[in-house]
Design a protein around this ligand. Structure first.
Ligand SMILES: Cc1cc2nc3c(=O)[nH]c(=O)nc-3n(C[C@H](O)[C@H](O)[C@H](O)COP(=O)(O)OP(=O)(O)OC[C@H]3O[C@@H](n4cnc5c(N)ncnc54)[C@H](O)[C@@H]3O)c2cc1C
Length: 532
């Protein structure tokens, strides 16, 4: 169990400092994806609801780049997205999480996923609904349902960032119209218990006064992840901690307040090593060609992995264990066709998104004008990445590898790869035959990524959020040290464990958000329906 200071409960807030008390059936801590859905569903189910959110209402940052990994919604059906078989989906999930996920929770998510999406987009106009793009739809005929025994499905609804924020704020508005009270600029600090039951939360308001919010039915921890809490990251993301020599160990989400409050109240954490979105894998070309499984080489020009293993996060794990330097993805002028062989997964290249395709074409065009030089471009996260083009493999090697020895390794690696492609069997790393495409049609390209264990989350293995949390039962009721539910305490979104196992690897791009929203909605309903 955790040994760091973060796990030690703080001193209680003195009674005389608490200036106000309020009560509701359901108290929700954090109004992100999970909390907003819980607020609306609990209010719609007739519960009185108070939501505590630390950010300002007008400028609230809603996390995400807009990929919401849903399946089986009416909206997707209308876009021609094929239906997902729930049993196949859940078995795949158990496999990719090494059966560490809570199967009852995942089944509930899978069953209620589609209806949650349709419910969430109710406030949108027809034009706004049409502007959502179903990713990789229609799916390419080259995309197999299963790759290395792991499945993946297309059709993730992709929102613009503005529309994504609008949907969530509109859903908060619906919750308010149903009677939910939102306390913005208010920070949840500590839970209070009588006997075993969690019955209240103490919060700090914008003018630094303390209030007590009492819950008749339940308190939901939906305050997001802990990727900005360095101590928690070091303690809980042990695989990442072991891969990092030094440097910034933090991600882009939140401080872990929800999870900490749960631990202080006796909640049991998912065992370590925890899972993060990013942080312990590294793969070149993700910003240019997504998870397209072209030849990948390390900083010495050597091939090091099955580039198409399962879905991309798994394929990218060996990259984190390569010598520091530049990792390269090599491809030829058939690349646009080759992108259609990808599995649908976190960071896939959406070959049906004309903007994304045009970006790649433009980059290749720019590189063609600078043959024999490395050019640089900035990815969506603001990181600078190298790219190169040359008419021969020898020239490309000379462009991207300063050392003659490494150039020779690269030339040999390409020759060997082409030989294996002709053979139709990857004797070296076991990549599926349908993903073996020779590098033969000039000009040739290389897309690079810095892999540097001294700056792991700066340029190479960026941690976005953590996705492990408190163990719960199928109703997101938090468990105690003896795996028994703690009355009155619930966790959803990234406060909730038992979802991703050891690694954020999903069969549909964007399932962190769809899971937070769907399970948040269910938590709201479950708490509202509690008989007390
Ligand atoms: C840059 C980036 C891009 C991403 N893109 C995607 C994507 O496209 N698809 C996808 O599936 N996932 C994506 N993710 C991950 C995804 O955004 C998160 O996993 C998801 O937001 C988790 O939802 P949640 O409800 O648990 O928490 P959040 O949505 O993070 O909400 C937590 C809320 O709690 C509030 N809060 C925190 N502490 C307190 C406190 N003490 N008191 C009161 N309020 C508090 C916060 O202000 C916040 O509003 C991305 C993450 C990042 C960083």
């Amino acid at each position: 169990m955790p040994k760091f200071e973060w796990a030690l409960p703080p001193a209680p807030i003195p009674k005389e400092k608490i200036v106000q008390e309020q009560e509701a059936d359901v108290i929700i801590l954090g109004a992100g994806h999970a909390g907003t859905c819980a607020a609306r569903s609990a209010a719609e189910a007739g519960a009185s609801v108070i939501v505590v959110e630390q950010q300002k209402d007008v400028s609230q940052w809603i996390l995400g780049i807009g990929e919401w990994g849903y399946m089986n919604s009416q909206w997707q059906k209308e876009q021609g997205v094929p239906e997902v078989d729930i049993d196949t989906f859940v078995k795949d999930w158990q496999l990719r999480t090494n059966n560490r996920s809570n199967v009852a929770l995942i089944r509930r998510y899978a069953r209620h996923c589609g209806s949650t999406f349709d419910w969430l987009i109710e406030p949108l106009s027809e034009a706004e609904r049409r502007s959502i793009h179903p990713m990789m739809t229609p799916p390419s005929k080259h995309m197999p349902l299963a790759q290395d025994h792991l499945h993946s499905w297309t059709g993730t609804p992709h929102f613009s960032m503005d529309l994504m924020r609008k949907v969530m704020k509109e859903n908060q508005q619906i919750a308010k119209e149903q009677g939910a009270q939102f306390l913005f600029e208010t920070k949840a600090l500590q839970l209070e218990k009588t006997n075993h039951r969690v019955y209240a939360v103490l919060c700090e308001t914008a003018n630094h006064t303390y209030i007590r919010l009492k819950a008749k039915k339940g308190i939901l921890l939906s305050a997001g992840d802990y990727s900005k809490n360095r101590q928690m990251c070091e303690d809980l993301l042990t695989e990442m901690a072991d891969l990092v020599d030094e440097g910034d160990f933090c991600g882009h989400g939140w401080n872990g307040d929800g999870i900490r409050m749960g631990v202080w109240a006796g909640g049991r954490l998912e065992p370590r090593s925890h899972a993060g979105m990013g942080g312990n894998y590294s793969f070149p070309g993700f910003d240019t060609i997504g998870s397209t499984a072209t030849l990948r080489l390390n900083t010495h020009g050597q091939r090091y992995s099955n580039e198409g293993f399962g879905t991309h996060v798994l394929a990218a794990i060996p990259g984190a264990k390569q010598p520091n330097g530049l990792l390269w993805s090599l491809f030829d002028s058939n690349i646009l066709a080759e992108t259609t062989y990808q599995a649908a997964c976190h960071a896939s290249f959406d070959y049906t998104d004309s903007n994304r395709v045009q970006d790649l074409v433009n980059l290749m065009g720019r590189a063609q004008q600078h043959k024999g030089e490395m050019i640089f471009h900035t990815d969506v996260a603001g990181d600078v990445r190298p790219f190169a083009c040359a008419d021969t493999i020898e020239d490309l090697a000379a462009t991207i590898y300063p050392q003659i020895e490494d150039q020779q390794h690269m030339i040999q690696a390409v020759a060997r790869y082409d030989q294996l492609c002709a053979l139709g069997k990857d004797e070296d790393f076991g990549k599926e035959a349908f993903l073996m495409h020779p590098i033969q049609k000039p000009p040739f390209y290389a897309s690079g990524q810095y892999k540097d264990s001294h700056r792991p989350f700066g340029q190479s293995m960026k941690l976005l959020v953590t996705v492990s949390g408190l163990l719960t039962d199928a109703y997101q009721n938090v468990l105690d040290a003896n795996f028994e539910p703690i009355p009155g305490l619930y966790a959803s979104g990234n406060c909730c464990g038992g979802r991703f196992g050891l690694q954020y690897t999903t069969s549909i791009p964007g399932q962190s958000i769809s899971m937070a929203q769907t399970l948040g909605r269910l938590a709201g309903i479950d708490m509202a329906k509690l008989v007390i």
